[in-house]
Design a protein around this ligand. Structure first.
Ligand code: 13P
Length: 232
């Protein structure tokens, strides 16, 4: 299983550093991870730190350039300082709130692919598309792969239906299984589920062969809660 924590705009440099120390301690002392399990942490840009023994630290965002006149952005030079080579691209909050079009998302993907980054590429449909039925859902999701190299060897896909993010209302195991199986017909990369993953639904997600891991927001903010998902 892959366990990825997306802190979004939560935590500071100090609290992230403490979190990583505590999580490393829990992982080593309780040895709940198997050889194939992986743990990722995406803190805010101001709290980037190098990865530790069991935890790969990645960036929530990056501008597709080494450096330059891009006010407010961080690029490859800034990420390299912290030895970051993992990035989230296409998160629905960036698409919806920051207005990132598929074109922008694809440019970022291409740039960080060329830079050799491991990419967690996020897709997910809004409620109005879900309500139109399966055909509309799959049409929408496949459109989010426009300009994306689905054969990239350092690709991980995260399916995060927007209506399930931060709402406490996770998609059902059947809905998730159906989408993941359809994606797996064309994509060989691991596929994560994200959207209100918590201690109550983690067991049913882990039970699905089509779910290779989870991308967790709220339930990752407290170290005990995130570790609880690994223990479950
Ligand atoms: P929540 O787990 O808070 O629903 O957030 C999911 C998410 O957006 C992770 O990227």
């Amino acid at each position: 299983m892959i366990y990825a924590a997306n802190f979004k705009m939560n935590h500071t440099r100090v609290s992230t550093t403490n979190y990583i120390l505590e999580l490393e301690e829990l992982i080593s002392s309780k040895s709940v991870l198997s050889e194939d399990d992986r743990v990722f942490l995406f803190p805010p840009a101001t709290a980037l730190v190098p990865s530790s023994k069991n935890i790969t630290v990645g960036a929530q965002n990056g501008y597709p350039a080494q450096k330059g006149a891009f006010t407010g952005e961080i690029g490859l030079s800034q990420l390299e300082e912290f030895e970051i080579d993992t990035i989230l691209i296409g998160h629905s909050e960036r698409r919806e709130l920051l207005g990132e079009s598929q074109d922008v998302v694809a440019k970022k993907f291409e740039f960080f692919k060329e830079s050799g980054f491991e990419i967690i590429y996020c897709i997910g449909e809004p409620l109005e598309i879900r309500e139109k039925g399966k055909e509309a859902v799959f049409e929408y999701l496949w459109s989010q792969f426009e300009g994306i190299d689905i054969e990239y060897e350092r690709l991980i896909v995260a399916y995060e239906p927007i209506w399930a993010i931060g709402t406490g209302k996770s998609a059902t195991a059947e809905d998730i299984d159906e989408v993941h199986k359809e994606l797996k017909n064309k994509i060989s990369a691991p596929i994560l589920y994200g959207g209100s993953v918590n201690s109550k639904n983690i067991a049913s997600l882990k039970a699905l062969d089509s779910v290779d891991g989870v991308l967790v927001g709220s339930a990752s903010l407290e170290v005990e809660s995130f570790f609880g998902l690994m223990e479950a």
